[in-house]
Design a protein around this ligand. Structure first.
Ligand code: NAI
Ligand code: 15L
Length: 265
C-alpha cells in the first residue's frame, strides 16, 4: 500500500471519478489542480498550483510514493496552451519526480497519440505514433519524456493511452474505445502493486468486442480488463444516429479529433 499518492488534475472528470476509489492503493491522497475544489475527506490533502510552476511542482512531488498524472489540457486546443500545460508541465513533473526520489508515475496519455490510424488497423505498443492534432502531439511528447527518463534515470512510468473513460459509451465509436471506470481502477491497482513496472505502453481500454488495441506486449504485468462496451450497443442504436461510414471521423481511430481542422492562428 502506498503512503501518499499524488493525483494531478484531481478536479477534472477522471480525477473526480477515481479519487473515491483509491483506498486499496494508498493511505492518503495529495490532490492538486489549478483552482480550489471540494475534498472528499481528511485523507485528501489539497495543493493548488500550476504544472508550469517549477517550484510548485517540486513541492507537489515531495513525500509522494506514487503519482497519477491526469493534469493538463485534455482536448484539442491551439498550440500555446498545450505547450504550457502538456509539454512544459510534463518536463516539470519528471524533474520534480527525480528530486523526490522517483515515485512511480501513471501518465494519462491518450488514444489521440495514434488517432490518425485507420479503424481497420489493430495496434499494439510498437505501432507507429500517428497523432491527430496538437493535443495528440503533446501526448507523444509526454510518452517520449517518460521513455527517456526510464532509460537514462530508471524512472518507472506506466504510459496509459486512454481510450474513452466515461461511465458508459456515449457514441458508436466508443464501442471500440470505451474504458470503464472499474477497468481503470484495476489498472491503477496493478501499476502501483506490480514488483517491476518498467515503462510500458498500455492501451487504456476495456475488453471491447470491437476494440482496436492489443495489449499482448504487456500481458506479463497481469492486468486484464473485464468490461465490454458491447452491452451498450442496443441502447446506443436506439438513442443516437449511426455515424456515416465515409466520414473522416468514422474512418480514423481518433474520431472527431482526426476530422477537426487544426487550430492555427
Ligand atoms: P479534464 O480536463 O476534466 O481534467 C484535467 C484537469 O487538469 C482539469 O481539472 C484542469 O484544471 C487541470 N489542468 C489543466 N491545466 C493545468 C495546469 N496548467 N496546471 C494544473 N492543472 C491543470 O480531463 P479528464 O477527462 O479528467 O482527463 C484526465 C487526463 O486523462 C488528461 O490528461 C487527459 O488528456 C487524459 N485522457 C482522458 C481521457 C478520457 O476519456 N477522459 C481519454 C484520454 C486521455
Ligand atoms: C481524450 O483524449 C479526451 O481527453 C477525452 O475527453 C475523450 O475525448 C477521449 O480522448 C476520446 O477519444 O474519446
Amino acid at each position: 500500500m502506498l503512503e501518499k499518492l499524488l493525483i494531478t488534475g484531481a478536479a477534472g472528470a477522471l480525477g473526480k471519478m477515481i479519487r473515491p476509489r483509491l483506498q486499496k492503493i494508498a493511505k492518503s491522497l495529495r490532490v492538486s489542480d489549478l483552482h480550489e475544489f471540494a475534498l472528499n475527506g481528511d485523507h485528501e490533502e489539497l495543493m493548488i498550483g500550476d504544472l508550469v510552476d517549477t517550484e510548485f511542482m517540486n513541492r507537489l512531488l515531495q513525500d509522494c510514493d506514487g503519482v497519477v498524472h491526469l493534469g493538463g489540457i485534455s482536448i484539442e486546443q491551439p498550440f500555446e496552451p498545450i505547450l504550457q500545460a502538456n509539454v512544459i508541465g510534463i518536463h516539470n513533473l519528471y524533474q520534480a519526480a527525480k528530486k523526490a526520489g522517483q515515485p512511480r508515475i501513471l501518465f494519462a496519455s491518450s488514444n489521440h497519440a495514434i488517432g490518425y490510424h485507420s479503424v481497420s488497423e489493430r495496434l499494439d505498443a510498437l505501432s507507429p505514433i500517428m497523432p491527430d492534432g496538437f493535443y495528440g502531439v503533446s501526448k507523444v511528447f509526454g510518452e517520449a519524456m517518460a521513455s527517456m527518463y526510464f532509460n537514462k534515470e530508471g524512472q518507472e512510468t506506466a504510459i496509459v493511452r486512454i481510450g474513452s473513460c466515461f461511465p458508459e459509451p456515449k457514441d458508436h465509436r466508443m464501442l471500440s474505445t470505451w474504458f470503464s471506470p472499474d477497468d481503470f481502477i484495476s489498472l491503477i491497482e496493478m501499476v502501483f502493486k506490480v514488483e517491476t513496472l518498467g515503462c510500458p505502453i498500455i492501451y487504456g481500454a476495456s475488453n471491447n468486442d470491437e476494440g482496436w488495441w492489443d495489449n499482448s506486449k504487456t500481458e506479463s504485468l497481469g492486468w486484464r480488463p473485464k468490461d465490454n462496451a458491447e452491452e451498450f450497443r442496443a441502447k446506443l442504436d436506439a438513442t443516437i444516429p449511426k455515424p456515416a461510414p465515409d466520414d473522416i471521423a468514422t474512418l480514423h481511430q481518433g474520431g472527431s479529433f482526426a476530422a477537426a481542422p487544426l487550430m492555427t492562428k
